[in-house]
Design a protein around this ligand. Structure first.
Ligand code: ATP
Ligand code: SKM
Length: 339
């Protein structure tokens, strides 16, 4: 039997877990998420009587083993880090420092995550939002709230076109929001009008291979992803689920690639060096890569803007009559003074 525990996170990698009756307190490593929920066995539900002695006797290792997606972070996965990463605590600290920098550079600009089904827009989006202290919004969830039913129901009962209209409506309504992280639906990039709604934000493409995305999607089951459960003749009906999913992903990706490529930033999902059975780098690593790429890009843009201001107009020959050189601000004020 499992018991659901709420997690209240401390600053770095530790958090306190408690059950609804506050009878169990333990410390555990945090994978950078807030309000995370673990299912842990009833075994760990020991009464807390105060004092560190009791706390340290709780089955922490067992608890970590139950934690979904718990991972160690090999150094090679994290670009731009010049020292080995021992644990999530170090990565969390690096991310907080980077996020504080990016937050200042962004000046309230929103972030829109785009990418195929299963690319981790919601998972990574939550981490990035939490690091930047931005609210997180998931357009698929908002569509479901608006429609009062699931995305699969909308596809089945009203068809893809109705879904796309709702998707555009939601993105339009999100447009005025500043300083938010938005996870968009996988197909949002296809409609030109949606780019208009996202134009004031930084658009980030989470990009992974069809194989990696299929592995993830199949782990979740395809029921909630109607486009993936269709077979549009890419593979014979008898093809196994993985082969069919990869073929479908490839097809969708080839139709959308040019649209995703319009994003301001591209963040690879693969581990490095790549692992053939890969489900990708851990969410915290992808979130770190995203913040790093964003920080680099914003710095580069700022430098380019400064450089663009540093120019000199050189007059050679006579200007056509229709053109004249305006006096500078200093010159015009001295002309005014002398008049
Ligand atoms: N970095 C990661 N490593 C391994 N699994 C991941 C990672 N990021 C996300 N996942 C898993 O992949 C699946 C899809 O993630 P998520 O729902 O965040 O993707 P999405 O891009 O929002 O998908 P969709 O557009 O289909 O809603 C989930 O099971 C999630 O737990
Ligand atoms: O890739 C797509 O077209 C979709 C992705 C999901 O996020 C949902 O928006 C919906 O299932 C369609």
């Amino acid at each position: 039997m499992n018991v659901l525990l709420e997690a209240a996170f401390g600053r770095h990698d530790t958090c306190l877990l408690r059950d609804s009756s506050c009878r169990c307190f333990v410390q555990a490593s945090s994978p950078l998420a807030h309000n995370h929920r673990w299912k842990i066995p009833l075994l760990a539900r020991q009464p807390f009587r105060g004092g560190t002695a009791n706390r340290s006797r709780l089955p922490l290792l067992h608890l970590e083993a139950q934690q979904r997606r718990a991972r160690t972070v090999p150094r090679a996965q994290i670009e731009g880090l010049d020292e080995p990463i021992a644990d999530y605590g170090v990565l969390t600290q690096k991310m907080q420092d980077l996020a504080a920098e990016v937050q200042g550079q962004l000046e309230g600009t929103s972030i829109y995550l785009v990418g195929m089904m299963g690319s981790g827009k919601s998972t990574v989006g939550r981490l990035v939002a939490s690091a930047l202290k931005y609210p997180f919004l998931d357009s698929d969830t908002l569509i479901e709230q608006l429609a009062g039913c699931t995305i699969a129901d909308i596809f089945r009962e009203e068809g893809e076109e109705s879904f796309r209209e709702l998707e555009s409506q939601v993105l339009q309504e999100l447009m005025p929001f500043k300083a938010v992280v938005v996870s968009t639906g996988g197909g949002a990039v296809v409609k030109r009008q949606n780019w208009g709604y996202m134009q004031h934000g930084v658009v980030v493409w989470l990009t992974g291979s069809p194989e990696l995305l299929s592995r993830r999607a199949l782990r979740d089951g395809t029921a909630s992803r109607p486009l993936l459960s269709q077979n549009n003749g890419e593979t014979p009906q008898a093809a196994d689920e993985y082969t069919a999913a990869v073929a479908r992903m490839k097809n969708i990706l080839s139709e959308r690639h040019h649209a995703y490529a319009m994003a301001d930033l591209q963040i690879p999902l693969e581990t490095s060096p790549s692992d053939p059975g890969d489900v990708g780098a851990a969410p915290a690593v992808v979130a770190y890569r995203l913040l790093k790429a964003m920080s680099d890009r914003l710095k580069r843009d700022a430098t380019e803007r400064e450089a663009a201001k540093d120019f000199e107009i050189k007059q050679s020959g006579e200007l056509p009559e229709s053109m004249r050189i305006m006096p500078s601000r200093e010159e015009s004020s001295s002309i005014e003074r002398s008049e």
